[in-house]
Design a protein around this ligand. Structure first.
Ligand code: UGA
Length: 434
């Protein structure tokens, strides 16, 4: 049985993916946003988010008459059976999640929600937010449900349609079951719980992933000092099914719009609950150190001692986005490393296949070029910061000819050291001897 009308408030990557995917499952969905120009674009089937398969799903949904876009949330919810709140919850003061958007939308729609409509929080919100939203709504006939998303940028559509699990939490069993039923066709394991536990699942999962990466990065550092090889170590660890092979890739630190925000927010929540979450603090601190570690590695590889600076040293950067397959620079570890290098006085020339070149942030501290060979030309070394697939297929002999210094610092262990060696380049990775 399909819901007659689902309303999704917010058309960011979570909201738009949720709306388009629910429509593809046969539901009738209205997506609302405050940005009229964006609504107009989406109505024409134009998707500006770099997310594989999303534009196609949006266009199919519109063509099938199951997906539409409207400006503003108040009018949209009049006939809604389920309303998903997918508005941003950015990092606010002191690291706590800023719930202004969730609260203002709730205030806007509360009077207009039809009797029996379910209000769902999908944005990542601190434990207790669903209860707070229920209080704000102040209507016993409108149950509130927490249904966190577990979408990765760059594979959001795939993740939505092939979920590891669906988590739905509410004090109303009936409301939770109605929301879970929307996903029934996906056949995923479903955890029905209370709202606070559902909210906690999201934080606990993201913070666990961040901790896993900080741990791997620390083991990589130790491998480097002891002459072990992190790639073999993580492969050996990963065969243990309790650990698993994924999320074990060392790098310049973890970033993006979710893990840094959620680790900071859980830290805040813990402090407010008078719990000293030292383990999570160490996870966050070691991520900051990891970025500094990369700068030291670059300086060392370029023959600049730790004491002297990189002043005037020209470096080519490959990749700036927080991971491959996205154009997102938010909390990008690559940008953080670039900022540290620039602060040391390095002259940076960067190439990223996901960027158009008109982004203001990078151009303040570096020259952005649209060709990787230009980034290499005359540089004292090339620093790979984001693991774009196409970097593996570069003409490394040509790059060797263009570089002033024949060294590649591969902060993601993404390249084949043998290919580089054959091209006459020296390769420096993470957690592996050169
Ligand atoms: C993350 C979670 O993976 C999703 O499950 C979650 O739904 C999402 O946050 C969210 O809260 O909305 P995302 O931010 O898209 O997804 O990025 P990830 O793919 O998790 O990568 C996060 C960071 O870890 C990136 O900087 C990435 O380069 C780094 N990473 C990831 C590594 O350094 N090594 C790895 O092995 C994996």
């Amino acid at each position: 049985m399909f819901a007659r009308r689902i309303v999704v408030v917010g058309t960011g990557y979570v909201g738009l993916t949720t709306g388009a995917c629910l429509a593809s499952l046969g539901h009738r969905v209205v997506c609302s946003d405050v940005d009229a120009a964006k609504v107009e674009q989406l109505t024409r089937g134009e998707v500006r988010i770099l997310e594989p398969g999303l534009a196609e799903l949006v266009q199919e949904g519109i063509a099938a008459g199951r997906l539409e876009f409207v400006v503003g949330s108040a009018g949209a919810v009049d006939e809604a059976e389920v309303v998903f709140l997918c508005v941003p919850t950015p990092m606010g003061s002191g690291g706590a999640a800023d719930l202004a958007a969730v609260e203002s939308v709730t205030r806007e729609v509360r009077e207009r929600l039809p009797h029996g409509c379910v209000l769902v929080t999908k944005s990542t919100v601190p434990v207790g937010t669903s209860a707070r939203v229920a209080e704000l709504v102040g209507r016993p006939d409108v149950p509130v449900v927490s249904n966190p998303e577990f979408l990765r940028e760059g594979s959001a559509v795939h993740d939505f349609l092939n979920p590891d699990r669906i988590v739905v939490g509410s004090d109303s069993q009936d409301a939770a079951e109605r929301v879970a039923a929307l996903y029934a066709r996906l056949g995923a394991p479903t955890v029905l719980t209370d709202a606070a536990s559902a909210e906690m699942v999201k934080y606990a999962a993201n913070c666990f992933l961040a901790t896993k990466l900080s741990y791997v990065n620390a083991i990589a550092e130790l491998c480097e000092r002891l002459g072990a090889n992190i790639s073999d170590v993580t492969e050996g660890m990963g065969y243990d099914r309790r650990i698993g092979q994924s999320f074990l890739q060392p790098g310049p630190g973890w970033g993006g719009s979710c893990l840094p925000k959620d680790t900071a927010a859980l830290m805040q929540v813990a402090e407010a609950a008078d719990f000293d979450f030292g383990l999570l603090r160490a996870t966050i601190d070691s991520n900051a150190r990891q970025r500094e570690q990369m700068v030291a590695k670059v300086a060392d590889a370029c023959g600049v001692g730790v004491e002297s600076s990189l002043r005037g040293v020209r470096l080519g950067l490959l990749g700036l986005t927080f991971k491959a397959g996205t154009d997102d620079l938010r909390d990008s570890p690559a940008m953080a490393v670039a900022r540290l290098l620039a602060a040391e006085g390095a002259e940076l020339v960067a190439y990223d296949p996901g960027l158009r070149g008109d982004e203001p942030e990078p151009t303040e501290i570096m020259t952005l070029v649209d060709d990787p060979y230009l980034a290499a030309k005359g540089s004292a070394g090339l620093v790979l910061l984001t693991e774009w697939q196409e970097f593996r297929a570069l003409d490394w002999s040509r790059l060797a000819g263009l570089l002033e210094g024949p060294v590649v610092i591969d902060t993601r262990n993404h390249l084949d050291p043998d290919v580089l060696r054959r091209a006459g380049l020296s390769w420096r990775g993470v957690g592996r001897r050169p």
